[in-house]
Every structure is written in C-alpha cells, then in structure tokens.
Design a protein around this ligand. Sequence first.
Ligand code: NAD
Length: 490
Amino acid sequence: MNLKQQQYINGKWVDALSGNTREIINPFNQEVIAAVPEGDESDTRAAIAAAREAFDNGEWSSTPATERGAIVREIAELIERDKEELARLESLDTGKTVEESRGDMDDISGVFRYYAELADKNGGELIDSPVPNSISRVVHEPVGVCGQITPWNYPLLQASWKLAPALATGNTLIMKPSETTPLTTIKVFELMEEAGVPAGVANLVLGAGSTVGAELSSNVDVDLISFTGGIVTGKKIMQAASANVKKLALELGGKNPNIIFADADFDTAVDQALNGVFFHAGQICSAGTRLIVEESIHDEFVNALVERVKKFKLGNGFDEDTQMGPLISAEHRAKVEEYVETGIKEGATLAVGGSRPEEPELQNGFFYLPTIFTNCTTDMSIVQDEAFGPVITVEKFHTEDEAVKLANDSIYGLAGGVWTNDIPKAERCVKNMRMGTVWINDFNLYFPHAPWGGFKQSGIGRELGKPGIEEYTETKHIFQNLKPEPVNWF
Ligand code: NAD
C-alpha cells in the first residue's frame, strides 16, 4: 500500500509520541491491512498547539479567499486523479463494494469543488443603519481552531463535509477519523499537503475517541467541535465542549421513516425501499429502516421485498457481482444480532434473514443477512432504536394522519421519505414530518448544494449547502461613525 500511514501534525508526518500503533482490519476477511500510529492526548495537544499558532499568526485566515478557494479546488482535482486508489482503500477499510466507494469519491470531490466556489462569495453585507452619517456592515470571519471527529461508515465523505468548508473559510483544524477506518483520511491529508495547504493549518491525529476525541472536545484552545457519530458520544462531546462554550455541530443518528402509500408506483417503491436501506449493509445514518406501509398493499409489498432480499449477493466488495459487503466489525455485528434478538422477544415477525449467512467463503467476514421484521409497532425498541445494520422494520397504517404520526414518533429527526402519486398528499405529509431532509418519491439522495442535518436528537446545525459553510464562520458587525460628536450626557 502506497500510503504514509502516519499522523500529520504541523506539516510533518509523524508517529505517535508513545510509539503505539493500531492494526486496521479488512472486515471482509479480518486480514491486517495497515498498522497506523495510535495517538493519544499528547499527540492531540501537539496538533492543537500547531493549529492554534497557525490560526493566531493570521496568515491562513488573511490569505485572500480566492486563493484559499483555489487550494480547495486543487484538492478536488487531486481526489479525482487518485479516485481509484482512494475508492479501493475505502473498500478495504469498510468492506463496502468498490462500486459504492467510487460513487463516494465522486461525491467527495464534488464537496471540495462546491466549497471552493463558495470560498470568496461570503464577503458580508451593508446594513441600512438607522444612525445618520454612519456605515454599518456585517462580515464573516473564521471561527478559529476546529476539532473535527468522524465515524467509520462513510469515513472520507463525512470528513470532506468538514474539511472543505473549514479550509475555504480560513479556519485551522485537527481531524480525528474513526480509529477503525483512517486510511482514506490519511490519503487525503497527503493530497491536501500536495495541494498547498500550509503547515499547521490542517492536522491529522489518529487514535481512540476516549483519548484523542475527548481531548479535542474539552481543550480550551479548540473553538469549535464538529462531530458526526452516535448519539451517546454526541452527548459526551456536548458536555465536554461546555468547558469553554465551544461552538458545536453535531450530526448524530437517525431512525428514518419511509412511508409507502397504496397509490405509489409499486415496483419503484419496492426497489427504492431496498436501496434506501441496504447500501453499505444498512450502516447509513439516513437508512430508511422504518418502513410504514399502507394496509391495503402491506402484504404484497412485504412479499416483494422478501423475494428480492433473498436474492442479494453478499461477498467481497472487490467482486463485480457483490451487492452487499460485511458489517464493520465483530463488535458491531454482535450489536446488530442483539437488536434482532430483541425484536424477536418483543413479538415482531421475522419475515427474512435474522442470522449470519452460511456460505463457507463468508465465514471470515463480519457478514449478516439482510433482515426484515413485520408486525412492528412504535412501542417496540427495534422501531425506536437505530440498528445501523441491514434490518428493516415494517409498520402498517390506514390514514394519512396516522402515517405522519407514526413517522414522527421518534427521538430522531434526520430524514424520511414519502411514496405516492398524489402530490398534494405528499406535500401535506412532508410539511408535517419533523426531519431535516424529506424525500418525495426518492430516498437517500443528497448533494453538496443542499443542507444536511437533523431535527430533534439527530443533531445540532447543518453540513453541506450554504449553512454548511456558515457553521465555520463567526458573524461580526462593524459600525463606523462618519461624524463623531460629543453626546454631552455626562
Ligand atoms: P461513534 O459515536 O462511536 O464514533 C464516532 C467518532 O467519535 C469516532 O471517531 C470515535 O472515535 C469518536 N469518539 C468516541 N468516543 C468519543 C468521545 N468520548 N469523545 C470524542 N470522540 C469520541 O459512532 P460510529 O459508530 O463511528 O458511527 C455510527 C454512528 O454515526 C451512527 O449512530 C450514525 O447514525 C452516525 N452517523 C451520522 C451521520 C449524520 O450525518 N447524521 C452520518 C454518519 C454516521
């Protein structure tokens, strides 16, 4: 593997100060694919000091926005140049099919391109001052030193949502990828160095959440934490970040409802209900794992899903005919298994799946069969909790109001979908659905131009779109009196 496999701190590729390393495992066959430094609090503090100095000396933040945009655009071009290498690394690391990873890489270069274009379009505005002979204006300035923490399911995609807007707006940063899947993030730091990101501006620390992540979240020299991951970790970070009232952006979990009305295009809705969940073996924050199906088509719809699911081809993400890869780790599969056992105990009906596959060639990987539960109700924990695996729960509804009520019955509010050919009905539903993204006759579609984030406990703030760059700026009001005179009050 042609990869540095080191941390990147203050413009230098370095091992962990402790000398410790961590083995990175291919979830398809448990082979060790890399040994990377296992940084800890001291590596993190070194990276924070570098980012602090690079911000406080003002060179990066005062670099013309057009120049910063050009560097971010160059990163996009280098990602396109090395797309195949990056896609293969992502699949080795996560087990997802290389075809999915190629799609991810296109999305990632698109994110860098989008924010490169926005870099010099945030010049501020003049305010209509109510004070005679004055100028009142608003400017947007970088927040400062940003800590960025990402999960393992879309390692580089989630990193790109944070890196590109932070760099475009003149912040400095410390990125901590998931300890399970750091390889593509390391590679992109090589590309960022090649693109001309100055030393100290972007730093990479590898290691565990409890050490590196916790230090980033609590260190007083970090001005903003942007986190994508689970709700339990999100709450810990929120608490730690209160130490110096950091700005906070949280992209947390989801339990995303997908409402299927009887008047939907049946075959398309079946197909997209599968796509909405089973990419990357269901390990997607926006997976439409909560199907809510109109009673009159429920049985036919479930039968169609089950027939398709039985034919899924599980396997090595590098094989052309593989449709679904393994789960990320043994621990994660154990969690999915526990979730399925809970579903059975709670009285849901297992329509298909519910176990590991039996094929000998899949035994070394962390595979789990695509699974569908029917007869589910909102009081079941499997309907409320994120499975983060290849599992769908199906509920029935009779009326439009009931469908929306069921969809909203969740602590989460990340995303949801509605399938119907009655557009006024679809519009009524999405107006009342309490989620950050809603799709009508589609599922899981996102692009850099549209904001992404959650209502309720799915998070705070937005990534992507214009809000995704605004997260990385502070707003300053500058008032200038053109004719200062004594007030003579005192
Ligand atoms: P996780 O919360 O276990 O870990 C995410 C990151 O946080 C990792 O880098 C981890 O090392 C770090 N971390 C762990 N403990 C920490 C601590 N105490 N302080 C600071 N950092 C810490 O999540 P995961 O298992 O890697 O990812 C799956 C979760 O991510 C799911 O819940 C999924 O829904 C969510 N997710 C959300 C989105 C979104 O856009 N909303 C996108 C992808 C994933």
